[in-house]
Design a protein around this ligand. Structure first.
Ligand code: CA
Length: 541
């Protein structure tokens, strides 16, 4: 226990050092546009549909890009990098929390209707939303309502009130409505209950004492949430990423689903196209149950994570046929609960070691895992830095959230230079500026994969069919059909080239429409034989 506290102090000190260490750097040199644009001659026309099927980029504002030289990323920094986000083909961004908070990660909110001053102002946010929308990028913000900060005025006022109660006097919501906002109890009901100092009262904090759980069954709390949701929807926000939904109510999934369904209905009353994606960090069976909330998306923790399906298939441990079976199984399970569901696959997020760590810097496996995610239905979520193979260590959360590695050339602010607070973690792959120039970089692999999604709406939305006759231990083929249009996706996830004879199959008439290979190797279709190089993916139509 003591050791843990020491290491936390050390990390905090390192972050503080980072902040002061670069204050003398010159001011930002201005907007950075994407240079060295690489055009591929095999691109098809874009066919982007303006709906809630999108390619999302997860941004931690703190570590993304600093616009004013104080070494903390900010909203103006994000605005400067929107050209990059758009260039990559993303048309949705999930912003980790942006509301005022005492912590660097901001998952404990002190004011639900404001912007943390380290990140900028509400005007900056309004500009950010406008500039995203101009580029066809939807904005999804983290909505952290399982708990507030213990420094939120609701909580501090409730605690002050409890402290002032006479011996034996019961709290009265007419005197202090905030005593109903949290789970106060005279019993320490679980190990996650903490004492209100100077009283005999306890409160629930599922994560930690600084994050008291809100009472989501309270009418007064629901009224607050309604107003907060309206506030952000009026600002133009297109969706919420619901944090920690499995902790909403100790009664379990059904109670949590009721809360989710209620918030979603309130939001869609204000904007019928409103999107919602929820974090229920659970096994597949429970994630499936969460679709009973009738809300659009649950992060697919079965496909993601280092031990998940995508890395197994990407590394070649899982036959392609099993990968296709799994995609069909997801669809069957989720659609039974919610016919309008949109799957939300990802490889890793801010709570996990990065893709480079999960693949021990094996570029082939990193690319293939990403390629397989990009062939899934729904909305893939790419964690900033993943597209350049940034590294991490899983020991501390800070080391999963390092500054975006834009360049080796130090410009203004650490978030534009090499990571300064990385505790010795270096990236095995080049920075963004170098990877942009290399047509076969990880960055360009991601860009091309996203491009395929933006050319072929069938990938995200199509009904999947496995072609059993074209699935072996080394390769596999599926079709996806959307609005009467069918594409085929042929995949080789092994390290050797394979040849697939399509001539007797149901896709014999199809031709190559696009493909993903590790280093730009060509995929050919001659006399009905499709040649797939090691770890490659081909779209046919
Ligand atoms: Ca800043």
């Amino acid at each position: 226990m003591k050791k843990k506290i020491m290491s936390l102090l050390l990390v905090t000190a390192m972050f503080a050092t980072m902040l002061t260490g670069c204050e003398q750097k010159k001011q930002d040199e201005g907007s950075q546009v994407v240079e060295n644009v690489i055009e591929y001659d095999y691109y098809q026309d874009l066919n982007i549909i303006d709906d809630n099927y999108r390619n999302f980029y997860e941004i931690f504002v703190y570590s993304f890009y600093d616009s004013d030289g104080d070494c903390v990323g900010d909203l103006q920094g994000v605005i400067k990098k929107l050209d990059y986000v758009e260039y990559m083909g993303f048309n949705g961004i999930w912003f980790m929390p942006i509301m005022p908070s005492p912590t660097y990660h901001k998952y404990d909110v002190t004011d639900y209707c404001a912007i943390d001053e380290a990140y900028g102002t509400m005007e900056d946010f309004e500009q950010l939303v406008a500039e995203c929308h101009e580029r066809g990028i939807n904005v999804v913000i983290d909505f952290v309502i399982n708990h507030s900060s213990s420094k939120h005025p609701w909580f501090t006022q409730a605690c002050d009130y409890l402290r002032d109660l006479e011996d034996g006097q019961e709290p009265n919501v007419a005197e202090c409505p905030y005593v109903d906002y949290y789970h106060f109890s005279k019993e320490k009901e679980a190990s996650t209950f903490y004492q209100v100092s100077g009283t005999e009262w306890y409160y629930e904090g599922a994560f930690e004492s600084g994050m008291p759980d809100l009472n989501l069954q309270s009418d007064a709390v629901r009224k607050e949430i309604q107003e907060i949701a309206k506030f952000w929807i009026d600002k133009g926000v297109d969706g919420f990423r619901m944090d920690a939904v499995r902790y909403y109510d100790r009664a379990g999934v059904q109670a949590n689903n009721e809360v989710l369904n209620w918030i979603y209905s309130e939001c869609t009353k204000l904007n019928p196209d409103f999107y919602m994606v929820s974090e229920a960090w659970e096994p597949l069976g429970t994630i499936t149950q969460y679709y009973g909330s009738k809300t659009p998306s649950m992060f697919n923790f079965d496909a993601g994570q280092a031990t998940g399906m995508l890395f197994k298939a990407g590394k070649g441990y899982m036959p392609v046929g099993d990968y296709i079976d799994q995609l069909i199984a997801y669809d069957k399970r989720f659609s039974e609960q919610n016919p309008d569901y949109i799957d939300a696959p990802f490889l890793t997020n801010h709570d996990m070691g990065r893709v480079a760590e999960a693949c021990v810097n094996n570029e082939k496996n990193m690319k293939m895992s990403a390629g397989l995610m990009m062939m899934m239905n729904g909305n893939p979520f790419v964690y900033y830095g993943e597209e350049i193979g940034m590294n991490s260590t899983s020991d501390k959360d800070e080391n999963k959230r390092l500054p975006m590695y834009w360049s080796d050339i130090v410009r203004a602010g650490t978030t534009d230079g090499p990571p300064k607070c990385n505790l010795g973690i270096t990236s095995s792959f080049e920075a963004v500026d170098e990877q942009l120039k290399d047509g076969h970089s990880i960055l360009n692999y991601y860009r091309h994969a996203i491009r395929l999604r933006n050319e072929n709406p069938e990938i995200a939305r199509g009904e999947i069919k496995k072609i059993d006759a074209l699935c072996t231990d080394t390769y596999g083929v599926m079709t996806k059909t959307y609005e009467g249009s069918t594409i085929a996706i042929a995949i080789n996830n092994k390290d050797e080239e394979v040849q697939i004879n399509l001539s007797e199959s149901e896709i014999a008439e199809m031709g190559i429409r696009g493909y993903l290979t590790l280093q730009g190797e060509e995929i050919t279709l001659k006399d009905g034989v499709l040649t797939l190089p090691a770890k490659s993916i081909c779209i046919l139509k």
